[in-house]
Design a protein around this ligand. Structure first.
Ligand SMILES: N[C@@H](CCC[C@H](N)C(=O)O)C(=O)O
Length: 297
């Protein structure tokens, strides 16, 4: 068994995680252990597992990744695993949940920005306290650089559902395809009616697999420059989740490319978050929650 006795259940806008602190590097989980803890019937349940550890205890990091993380000033690392046991480069919601946990464990200062290492580089989290309409224990995350592919280059379908949409690839460190489904190129049902238990199909195939976001623009206030949108997501390695932080950022980036609006309040099934996009950076603002400490038997 490579798990510690005590783990903690957390979530960030309903994207839920089993997390633990591994100060000594003794507790690198196996894929079977991840699947067990994330199982909603036989385990604790979670969209993913996060080990908070020192960067040099993460065995899959290349020398370049490790030196980038250390050069970026991160003393702690978010080792993220999807519920199916696969590794992921990044988890936007996970960065907030694990930073709140790091504060509680006394390894992050609750008043200062926290530099967190990830497989997609260092992310900086600034605590914002309670913030309407986003909730309690809000953090603003500097998610860093992003890349967008050709607009609408992919066809997105859902097996068993009639219709299709066009999707745009976004690299947030991890891979996303964003389909704005209530525009001229889409014939899928409305966002709320989609079957996202079924994994969407993206063509042409993306080798890494991908997370897929389905989005509707609800409102654009030209006087404030802020848009509102609704999004749902099917995540790689996990299935439908109530929220996906990197997916929200990818959504903000695609909506900016399509509308010219850079600031978005996006509502997912787990709440509302803020995404602010510039040419060189994207910021994500949202809440985080610690739910329970659990002793494994
Ligand atoms: N929920 C996450 C993303 C988690 C990883 C993703 N499933 C992947 O494999 O890329 C988020 O909040 O960003």
């Amino acid at each position: 068994m490579s798990l510690p006795q005590r783990v903690t259940k957390t979530h960030a806008t309903g994207n839920d995680f089993v997390v633990y602190l591994d100060k000594s590097g003794k507790f690198e989980p196996t894929a079977d252990e991840v699947r067990f803890l994330c199982d909603r019937h036989f385990g604790i349940g979670g969209d993913g597992l996060i080990r908070l550890t020192r960067p040099d205890f993460v065995s899959d990091l290349s020398d370049d990744q490790l030196s980038d993380v250390l050069a970026g000033g991160a003393k702690w690392f978010m080792d993220y695993r999807n519920a199916d046991g696969s590794l992921a480069e990044m988890c936007g919601n996970g960065t907030r949940a694990i930073t709140l946990f790091a504060q509680r464990e006394g390894v992050a200062d609750s008043t200062e920005p926290f530099r967190l290492g990830t497989r997609a580089g260092v992310k900086i989290l600034t605590p914002r306290g309670n913030m309407r309409p986003y909730g309690a224990n809000v953090f603003q995350v500097e998610m860093g650089e992003w890349k967008i592919g050709e607009t609408d280059a992919y066809e997105v379908t859902i097996p068993g559902t009639e219709g299709s949409a066009r999707g745009t690839f976004v690299d947030m460190g991890n891979p996303h395809v964003v389909a704005v489904i209530e525009d001229a190129f889409a014939s899928l049902p409305v966002v709320e009616s989609l079957d996202l238990v079924t994994k969407p199909v993206v063509a042409p195939v993306i080798e890494s697999d991908q997370n897929v976001e389905f989005v509707r623009v609800d409102d654009i206030d030209q006087s404030t420059g802020v848009g509102e949108a609704t999004m749902r997501v099917n995540e790689r390695g996990c299935g439908e989740t109530l929220s996906c932080g990197t997916g929200l950022c990818a959504t903000g980036i695609v909506l900016r490319a399509k509308t010219g609006i850079s600031h978005w309040d996006i509502t997912v099934r787990g709440g509302t978050l803020r995404v602010d996009v510039t040419d060189s950076d994207v910021k994500l603002t949202g809440a985080a929650t610690l739910v329970a400490d659990i002793d494994l038997l």
